[in-house]
Every structure is written in C-alpha cells, then in structure tokens.
Design a protein around this ligand. Structure first.
Ligand code: HEM
Length: 130
C-alpha cells in the first residue's frame, strides 16, 4: 500500500461503501414505489431481497468488493413488458437518489452509463431465447 494507491480508491470507497449504497438504494425504491407509473410492477415483490440484489449490483458497478449474484437481468425482467419510458423513469429515480446523497457527478455519470447499458436486457425482455 503505497501513497499512489490512495489516489485509486474505487467509486465504492469514495461514496462511503456498503452503508451509503444501501441508503441510496432505499431512497431509490421509495421514489420508484411512489411513482404511479411504476408501482404496479412491484406488487407482491419481496422488497428486502430485491434491495439486497440492487445494492450488490450498484456496489459491483462502483468497483466495490461485493459482487452481484442475483439472476441474469434479462431473466429477472422477462415477461414484464417494461417500456422505454418505464426504464427511463426508473433510471431517473436512481440518478435522483444518488444526487440527493451528494454523490459526485463523475461517479453518477459512470453508474448511469452502466445502468443505461442494461436497457436491451430489461426493455421488452422476452421469454428465454428471444
Ligand atoms: C434501470 C435499470 C434496472 C436495473 C439495473 C434493474 C435491476 C434489477 C435487479 C438486480 C433485480 C433483482 C433480480 C433478482 O432478484 O435476481 C431486479 C428485479 C426486478 N426489477 Fe429491475 N432493474 C432495472 C429496471 C427495472 C424497471 C424499469 C422495472 C419496472 C418498471 C423493474 C422491475 C423489477 C421487478 C418487478 C423486479 C423483481 C422481479 C422478481 O423478483 O421476480 N426493473 N431488477
């Protein structure tokens, strides 16, 4: 561990690690469930488990030590008929939650870039093989 190592802290470390990401994800789902366009998708979903997976995914995207071990994103959203507008609304709520938490813009841009890259797996995800 030399001095230069300190300049290479991951985004995960910079934002405050697991507890900070868990707080952002909590706020994110409060915004999502408060959105009339989106709430219906989450009816009957076990939110504790979903939050745990989302924390792991965001942590991984931020270069943290926690890896995402949930379902493949296409399989997880299959058959939900999620529109591009729904996707944009969900992504927007994540940006809001990160912004409210004071996460620096460069990190928000990196996270958003990774999240936007999942759109082909989530919007209109069809049954396996499609
Ligand atoms: C913006 C990008 C998105 C990401 C990165 C994302 C990520 C995830 C992750 C990691 C899971 C957990 C999968 C598992 O439990 O194995 C999940 C589940 C879920 N997502 Fe998303 N999601 C996104 C967008 C959306 C959108 C736009 C909707 C609906 C409007 C949605 C609705 C759901 C629902 C209902 C579940 C629970 C599925 C279940 O447990 O059966 N997601 N998502």
């Amino acid at each position: 561990m030399n001095q230069s190592h300190l300049e290479e802290r991951s985004d995960y470390a910079v934002v405050g690690g697991g507890p900070a990401i868990a707080a952002v994800v909590d706020r994110f789902y409060t915004l999502v469930l408060g959105d009339d366009r989106l709430r219906g998708y989450f009816e009957g979903i076990e939110m504790v488990r979903l939050k745990r997976h989302q924390v792991a995914l965001v942590s991984q995207v931020m270069g943290g030590p926690v890896g995402y071990a949930g379902r493949d994103l296409r399989a997880a959203h299959e058959g939900m008929n999620i529109s591009r507008e729904d996707f944009a609304a969900v992504a927007g709520h994540l940006v809001t939650a990160l912004t409210e938490a004071g996460v620096e813009p460069a990190i928000i841009d990196r996270v958003t870039g990774a999240i936007l890259g999942t759109e082909p797996d989530i919007v209109g995800a069809e049954a396996a093989g499609a």
